[in-house]
Design a protein around this ligand. Sequence first.
Ligand code: XMP
Length: 460
Amino acid sequence: MSHRDVVSIPPAGFRVLATTSTCETGAIEDPVRRLYGVQFHPEVVHTADGVRILENFVFGICHCAKDWDASQRIALIHDEICRRAGERKIFFFVSGGVDSTVAFSLCLDALGSERVRGVYVDTGLMREGETDYIRQTFAGFGLIRIEDCAEEFLSALEHVRDPEVKRHIIGEQFVKIQERIIEERGLLDGRWILGQGTIYPDTIESGGTARASTIKTHHNRVPGIQKLMDAGLIVEPLADFYKDEVRAIGRELGIAPQLLERHPFPGPGLAIRCLCAEADHPVTRVPDGYLVPVRSVGVQGDARSYAPVLAIDAFPSEASKLQDEATELVNRSAGVNRVIARVTSREALGHQHVFASTLTHGRIALLREADALVRELSHDSGFDKEVWQFPVILIPLGCGESRDSVVLRPIQSVDGMTADSVTMPDELLHAMAARLMAIPEIAGVYYDLTHKPPGTIEWE
Ligand code: XMP
């Protein structure tokens, strides 16, 4: 699909079990030594019969016993929380998202309300209305306090343009604030440990496996937190679970469906959806469209790489066809991992520029406004129920006084590890585009046609 590694000659003793039109060695076995290998990911949702392949291996070949019972998992998680905590209390930094809410509730159930506390750090990078939502949902119980750190985050990020530096600063800033709160509240007096809502993909995609170290940097895995982990001062009750399982656990705990069905939102917030550029640069005409010189991330093979974006200068009437073509285009155009189509713009694509830009208060506010607008229309039309996530991205592409454009990225996914770009009803798309274009700073609206892989869900 998007990997380029090839096994041209199987090792001695192995025979080839499966091939595809693009891969001569799809699966191999050495029946004598009972060794098996596949050149694809049976565990991801895009793989037809992947679960069956794993079942055949685990039960048919390894003869494992089917003694895992999902209905027992909450009791096991509770045991693990109690074992980790011992006599200590657990402190959480909650985000209002599904993962930290479910992790917090598990600890609350396991240890009781006297032994679990939390803080919500308002980074100034959250969506419209988020802090009020937290206030209404959690603060009332007296278990969670809101800490306003917006200025700290925004001033640390003010001149940053590089996406990975941005992620790192946010991670470090979180740790600094966390350490300060930990200090202030006396959480290091041996009576507390830190709880986190880390889920399994966060670990794999941040380098939990040997080869995936460059896939994603994640603030639950930055050095400050790693130190606490090494000292055994962290409990992550959901670290073995995927998002769909976390939602199922949340349902079993009786957490409100509106909360469990919230779309995932990344910890670094709007910052990683607000792209910056080093210098002014025009777009470049290439055979398939225009190359937009912003740096957006993708996963080709197992590595996370930044590359320019290919923009197609018209919005097709049949977007689904173009989504297939987009994958083709990425595979064909070396050095690109994302394709967008122009929905509307003030000027033709060929006349547009990328503008030198940083993460200013103004651009974050502009993205927040665009995101709120898209969310409102998406909610009112019921479209938000049809997608797993709907990132709205601001890119510094424009003309004249309108120096930014909006990219719409509705996707469908089961676990966030793979994702499909989703086609939106025409009427809704045009209503969204019209509302967005009424904002004078917005120069155009684009639609991300890229699946994951080769693109990622987020742009940085
Ligand atoms: P990608 O962009 O890697 O995203 O395809 C997969 C899922 O992870 C979310 N994501 C993050 N969540 N901190 C988070 O808490 C992060 O740094 C982060 N980066 C990506 C993303 O929104 C998607 O659901």
